[in-house]
Design a protein around this ligand. Sequence first.
Ligand SMILES: [Zn+2]
Length: 291
Amino acid sequence: MTFNDDARLDSSKVRRGGRGGTGVAVGGGTLLVLFLVSQLLGVDLTGLAPATDPGAGSGEDSTVENCETGADANANVDCRMVGAYTSLDDYWAEAFPELGGQYASPGMYLESGTWQTGCGTASSAMGPFYCPPDQSIYVDTSFFEVLTGQLGADGGPLAEMYVVAHEWGHHLQNLGGIMDRIDRQDTGPTSDGVRLELQADCFAGAWAQNAQSTQDAEGTTLLEPFTEEQLASAMDAAATVGDDHIQSSQGGSVNPEQWTHGSSESRQKWFLQGYENGPGACDTFAAGADL
Ligand SMILES: [Zn+2]
């Protein structure tokens, strides 16, 4: 059990299959844009085939609008995404202005196969990502099977929500203008790109700490306090999407100069930094070489 059964979810801002289906020609320029976006803001899964057949059973008949309560979120992964949205939106609407930012809710789309975004045509092989021009998060929930399958994570509800919380962190960076100020082409363990990713992990950790007291509109706490095991599963997910782990999972050697997201150790460290010290302690750009 993760959500309080009686908590109310806000399903009005999450869409399933809202961004159109397959069959659209993909130009080279679009592919390049997608490559850059997936390198920077998502998890590059090009060497890992999604566990499910793209387009098969893709849930075009949406279940999202039937996600009403915490009990639904406990029972169903789509509703869990709605629950994550509700919790993240409630938390950051308060916390982001305290950091000096002007908050706006992101879009969130549950997709499968291939679909259109403001960043070009997207596919399941990209993993979950954030598209800055759309201010939207895109998730194919079959990624969670890749996470626990090919990538070997423990998985579980909090691990899934960590993934959404990380992409939400990119939305905050976009709102705050951080993305515009850095060199997003650079790679390597202390590159701006890696600092951007580790900051998103830190923001995810800050949400995780505070999510346990975030309430719905009627004052019911959305999430039950996390168990040690759940927290460990989120930490494990953060390590699993570390560049060194992904590089070795894809059969290659570990090459730090190509890192775009940071090592497993760094990703855990910054998630914990946010969890223990809050979002004000997430300035990875001021952290020097010790990430
Ligand atoms: Zn990211």
